[in-house]
Design a protein around this ligand. Structure first.
Ligand code: F0G
Length: 429
């Protein structure tokens, strides 16, 4: 029997508020909130319950998020849950990627296999469920594109009006297409993501809209399941490292929380090291890490990986905690490194969007530096689907001069067998 309660606690001053409070920040100091769960169960019962649900074909527990509901939102009843379902993403190995990174025990956790094509769906199913439970009349987010696509889809499913704030001219085609198609009211803001988030927070505080960015603690509860699921897929034998791309730092915070909880519940006995990888042009967290996190930095962000084009990450303090508690590291990779890693991931048949490739580019860099050893096991998380950003693919393969190493240029031919033969010959040479 699993017996539980949950509450929200301010990460800064410790003020405790009800789980059902929907204001979104600490009433005493404005700090970020964290969900705490009281879980009374032994690890083997939990593992059995999670495993048993894998065979479900109907019901909310077939979701790769709600399968772990005791650790996510235990007070939600089945009828409360708004789920596609989501999660249950594959953990894969590819020889080409092991060779390219130089890490034999490399695993890829592909979150692009979620219903809207990114990991955001895991957090969104929980945040929308909670928004509906607490009577939200409208939901909103600021986004570089994936959160908005996910919010739009889940709000449509829940029947709640959605408003999104996106930076003008900086959202990849696939994501803006999804957001519009799923029916969110889309506000294109003249400014970057950081401007959009500041505006969205003001809208929450003054207009009574529920904000479903990762500053919303319920989002993190869902995103923790990436870690629970990969640990379960490895039969609860933790890898040495988990690498992920880092932008607004919600996921870095969620991963640390998941590992802390998995460890304190006895689901694992050793904590993997987190490697959070930023784009070099948007790397305030990596720069701060290099200085022992002495300063909270803000930069003017610029990178081809628009998903992580963020200069003032919101989940800063909780991500610092994740890195410290896991003996983790933060590094950055250049746009050229991201594009090369992406081309290799794409050509392996897996594919991902540019920001996702930062994780593998980071693994390769850390391996070259000797920080990650050849014999260590690494799970690299790919956060979004290749089709999220078709523009980046066409530009790399078709338009970039000089021709990049991995470019696969389409070839225009006359409608003749001779031309096909010529191409075939060049392929085998
Ligand atoms: N990868 C992808 C594909 C993303 O969309 C994001 C964030 C990240 C990585 C970074 O995760 O912010 O938790 O550190 N996208 C947000 C959005 C900002 O609006 O879709 P993070």
């Amino acid at each position: 029997m699993i017996d539980q309660w949950s509450a929200q606690v301010c990460e800064e001053c410790g003020t405790r508020i009800l789980e059902s409070d929907s204001r979104g920040d600490c009433p005493a100091c404005g700090g970020l909130l964290e969900i705490v769960h009281e879980i009374v169960s032994d690890p083997s019962s939990l593992k059995e319950v999670f495993a048993d649900r894998r065979s479900h074909v109907t019901g909310v527990e077939r979701s790769g998020v709600w399968r772990y509901r005791e650790l996510v939102l235990p007070t939600a009843a089945d009828v409360d849950v708004v789920s596609h379902p989501e999660g249950n993403t594959p953990l894969m190995q590819r020889e080409k990627l092991s060779e390219w990174t130089g890490v034999d025990g490399l695993w890829i956790k592909h979150e692009g296999h979620n219903p809207t094509g990114s990991f955001k769906d895991r957090g969104m199913t929980v945040a929308i469920t909670q928004a509906r439970r607490t009577g939200a009349t409208a939901v909103a987010c600021a986004s570089t594109g994936n959160t908005s696509a996910s919010l739009a889809a889940y709000a449509a499913h829940a029947g709640i009006p959605a408003l999104v704030f996106v930076p003008a001219g900086r959202v990849a085609l696939g994501k803006i297409a999804q957001t519009i198609a799923y029916g969110a009211r889309t506000l294109v803001v003249r400014g970057n993501f950081d401007t959009c988030l500041e505006l969205a927070v003001q809208a929450r505080d003054t207009l009574g809209i529920q904000l479903l960015n990762s500053v919303n603690p319920f989002r993190l509860e869902g995103q923790k399941t990436i870690v629970f699921e990969l640990l379960e897929q490895l039969d609860w034998a933790p890898p040495d490292w988990i690498a992920l791309p880092a932008g607004n730092l919600g996921n870095t915070a969620a991963f640390g929380k998941a590992l802390r909880e998995a460890c304190s519940l006895g689901l694992i006995s050793r904590v993997p090291r987190i490697a959070a990888i930023q784009a070099a042009g948007a790397a305030p967290f990596a720069r701060s890490f290099a200085g022992g996190f002495a300063e909270r930095l803000r930069v003017e962000p610029e990178t081809i990986a628009t998903a992580i084009r963020i200069g003032a990450p919101a989940s800063w303090n909780r991500a610092v905690r994740s890195i410290r508690e896991t003996n983790g590291i933060v590094d950055s990779v250049t746009d050229a490194e991201i594009l090369e890693a992406k081309a290799v991931i794409d050509a392996s048949g897996l594919g991902c969007e540019p920001a996702s490739a930062a994780s593998l580019a980071g693994v390769a860099k850390l391996r070259r530096a000797g920080t990650i050893r050849k014999s260590e096991s690494v799970v690299a998380v790919l956060t979004g689907h290749l089709l999220k950003d078709p523009g980046a693919v066409v530009s790399y393969h078709q338009d970039t001069e000089p021709r990049p190493e991995h470019a696969n240029r389409p070839i225009e031919i006359d409608a003749t067998l001779a031309d096909i033969e010529r191409v075939l010959r060049s392929m085998s040479s």
